[in-house]
Design a protein around this ligand. Structure first.
Ligand SMILES: Nc1ncnc2c1ncn2[C@@H]1O[C@H](COP(=O)(O)OP(=O)(O)OP(=O)(O)O)[C@@H](O)[C@H]1O
Length: 724
């Protein structure tokens, strides 16, 4: 079921009807693979007279096999049978407790009804007991005697009739009294169990007799949704949401209802149902998806628990068919999912990258080749962690060349220095220059590649695109461009620079894929400045962690997405690493991303460096980075030296004040209170010899450091290995 207004990601087997098949991985299939050519229609060689479906066969309709599952939805897999039997058990137990608690109330109610029944029975029997059949005769004779008092015969007949009535009454009352007394004695003398039986046998028909038109002996039990879900609840919720017509005063049976083609049945940790909106109501499946919040409220759950999607024609659906799964509780909380990449030795970037899992535990993998990605959301919700998963996959493929820029220049991407061909940290002036230079380098490489691909024969390059073979043969590794905290660059730049950078990013994202460029961008603030719509619209995969409202969600995921149900504002602060993944115009799914922390990521970077060294693919900044080389060689460079080099990555000289600010940004805990004197002392203790204490930058003189002085403190063998 595709998530929320969710439309199932293109090509995804969204497992709303997982009970049919075993659960499997869900690959967000962005590159629509051409469908296999359809086989030529088979010629029916069987004798024409035997074909049951021949049009002239009068029994054709009758003999036609219905195209429906033989087994009911709940019985189609072992897991489903178990889940549904358990659900039935839970429901029975719930009813037992519910009605058990109310038994005293039911008993009192029964006795009261029985009392009313007794009076009704007595009133009904009264004409018989009081021998009213004889009263009429007595009355008639009395009238005649009154008219003819002298008629002795009449007087005698009246006397006789009166006598007969009195006798009759005596007999009838006597018999009734005897029956009641006998029953009472019987009850008193009978063993206790029989007493209960007799009392039941007496009270039950009396209570039945005493019931009124609206009388209900048992309370109406409505179990919570996690115990039971019925089609009636669904209809009521849809009616309340204005998706089904309601008619005041009309009987329930006269109102239009959805027709459930499956369920509700128990499926995993929730209820699954597939239903069709009734024709004539003018409401579509998309209308249902857009009302997720109201439906959830009517069902008494949080909208995060309601996972809906359309069922498209390819899966036997239509414009009114909705697949819905209502989870028992928040499906995106619980233990972390460790990333499978953490244990992987290698990975081919041409394969879909394991990314996370959806509400029902289906694995979600994202193919990144030919794609561009954008991550957005509020701070501290797991945006960078999720974005890093895709870059991390590229670490394990030696034929991926990483270009990385982190506008905050913090610890998140620091480990990439071991691998990245270019690594830009921070958004200070020198870093902005480095970013601009990186983009120029990327654009030049892109044009070089296009020229090269154009010249290749069609037999080698049939689609004008990079292939795994061309990649190796012509040494054209996939280029992975990761930029985090884009907003830092945009806010730090002048308008003209910003326009230029946005245009360059657009070119990389739009034209780059064919040349083997994968863009992976992230920004924090969901406003037009931080997420330029022009760039966002080019991006093919968007992921948003929690944002404050639907407008912000649309800023990241695309205009109108929230109305379709792809709304990251329904997520809460607890949803770390959970986001809405939009993979196409009508495809999205809410995913809980796998967890890969900084240590795990650093280990992958180290593995990536070793892989590249072995494949001769360690290039650019990573090849010349002394601290990364020292790490790889198992040598320790004093932390202060390595961190100062990190901060001075883009600058041959730096004023002490800027250096202190950069160090604090890199590691607030360690360097937050550092001052110029202590910095100088620490560096001196680490072996740094300053050739001068003053530096000149852009014509201004001031206290500062030269990078080459710091590098000189690194062990000689490392400097040698990096070619210095
Ligand atoms: N997939 C995940 N599963 C569980 N927890 C996660 C996941 N991803 C991130 N987290 C938690 O969320 C915290 C914040 O993550 P992250 O640094 O990626 O946030 P962010 O949105 O990038 O924040 P900022 O914009 O401030 O950099 C992490 O420290 C981690 O504890």
């Amino acid at each position: 079921m595709s998530e929320p207004a969710t439309d199932t990601p293109v090509g995804t087997v969204y497992r709303l009807d997982d009970h049919r098949e075993g659960r499997g991985a869900l690959v967000v299939d962005l590159a629509k693979t051409p469908t296999a050519p359809t086989a030529a229609p088979e010629v029916d060689e069987s004798p024409a007279g035997e074909a049951v479906d021949r049009p002239d066969n009068p029994l054709a309709d009758w003999l036609a096999l219905p195209d429906a599952d033989v087994l009911p939805a709940w019985a189609r897999s072992r897991a489903s049978v178990v889940a549904n039997v358990q659900a039935f058990g839970r429901l029975t137990w719930w009813h037992t407790r519910y009605h058990g608690l109310r038994t005293p109330k039911y008993l009192v109610k029964t006795v009261l009804l029985a009392a009313r029944g007794f009076f009704r029975a007595a009133a009904g029997l009264w004409p018989t007991l009081s021998a009213q059949d004889h009263t009429a005769a007595v009355k008639a004779l009395r009238a005649q005697v009154k008219a003819k008092p002298e008629d002795v015969d009449l007087a005698v007949r009246l006397q006789m009739a009166h006598y007969t009535r009195t006798q009759s009454r005596r007999w009838r009352f006597g018999a009734a009294a005897a029956a009641v007394t006998a029953a009472a004695i019987g009850i008193i003398l009978a063993p206790p169990l029989l007493q209960v039986g007799i009392a039941g046998a007496v009270v039950t028909p009396l209570a039945y007799l005493g019931r009124g038109k609206e009388t209900r002996l048992l309370d109406q039990a409505s179990p919570p949704l996690r115990v039971d879900m019925s089609a009636q609840q669904l209809n009521e919720a849809l009616r309340a949401a204005g998706l089904l017509k309601s008619g005041s005063g009309k009987d329930d049976s006269e109102l239009p209802k959805v027709s459930c083609t499956m369920g509700p049945v128990r499926d995993g940790r929730g209820w699954a149902v597939i239903f069709d909106m009734p024709r004539g109501g003018g409401k579509t499946a998309s209308d249902v998806l857009a009302k997720r919040e109201v439906i959830a409220q009517e069902l008494g759950v949080d909208e995060i628990q309601v996972i809906m999607s359309r069922v498209r024609a390819a899966k036997g659906g239509n414009a009114g068919r909705v697949s819905m799964w209502v989870a028992d509780d928040d499906p995106y909380l619980g233990p972390l999912n460790p990333s499978p990449l953490e244990k992987a030795e290698k990975f081919s970037i041409w394969d879909a990258v394991p990314f996370g899992q959806d509400a029902r535990g289906n694995r979600v993998a994202v193919p990144v080749m030919w794609q561009s990605m954008f991550f957005g959301g509020l701070p501290r919700r797991g945006k960078t962690f999720s974005q890093r998963l895709l870059t991390a996959a590229g670490l394990l493929d030696a034929y991926v060349r990483h270009y990385v820029a982190d506008g905050k220049g913090g610890a998140d991407w620091k480990a990439m220095k071991a691998v990245a061909h270019r690594l830009v940290m921070g958004a200070e002036d020198d870093a902005i220059e480095a970013l601009k230079a990186m983009l120029q380098e990327l654009l030049a490489e892109m044009e070089r590649r296009f020229a090269l691909l154009r010249d290749l024969p069609t037999s080698v390059c049939p689609e004008g695109k990079l292939t795994p073979e061309i990649m190796v043969k012509y040494n054209l590794p996939v280029i992975f461009v990761t930029i985090d905290e884009l907003q830092e660059y945009f806010t730090a730049m002048e308008r003209e620079d910003r326009e230029q950078v946005i245009n360059d990013l657009c070119r990389v994202a739009r034209r780059g894929p064919a040349a083997g460029f994968v863009s992976n961008f992230a920004s924090q603030r969901p406003d037009a400045e931080s997420v330029p719509p022009k760039l966002r619209e080019i991006i093919t995969i968007r992921y948003s962690t929690q944002v404050v409202d639907r407008t912000s969600s649309d800023m990241v995921l695309g205009k109108g997405k929230a109305a379709q149900g792809a709304d990251a504002s329904v997520l809460s602060e607890d949803h770390k690493g959970v986001g809405v993944l939009v993979t196409g115009p009508a495809s999205f799914v809410t995913v809980r991303a796998d967890y890969l922390d900084g240590t795990g990521f650093a280990a992958l970077c180290a593995r990536g460096r070793a892989l590249r060294e072995a494949a001769g693919q360690l290039t650019g900044d990573a090849a010349g980075d002394v601290t990364a080389a020292a790490d790889a060689a198992g040598l320790t460079v004093p932390a202060i030296v390595s961190d100062v080099l990190e901060v001075m990555r883009h600058a041959p000289r730096m004023f002490t004040t800027d250096l202190l600010a950069g160090l604090a940004n890199l590691d607030e805990d360690t360097y937050g209170d550092l001052n110029a004197e202590r910095l100088a002392a620490d560096l001196e203790a680490a072996g740094v010899k300053r050739t001068s204490k003053q530096v000149k930058i852009s014509g201004a003189n001031g206290a500062g450091y030269q990078r080459r002085d710091i590098e000189a403190a690194v062990p000689a063998e490392i400097l040698l290995s990096t070619g210095r």
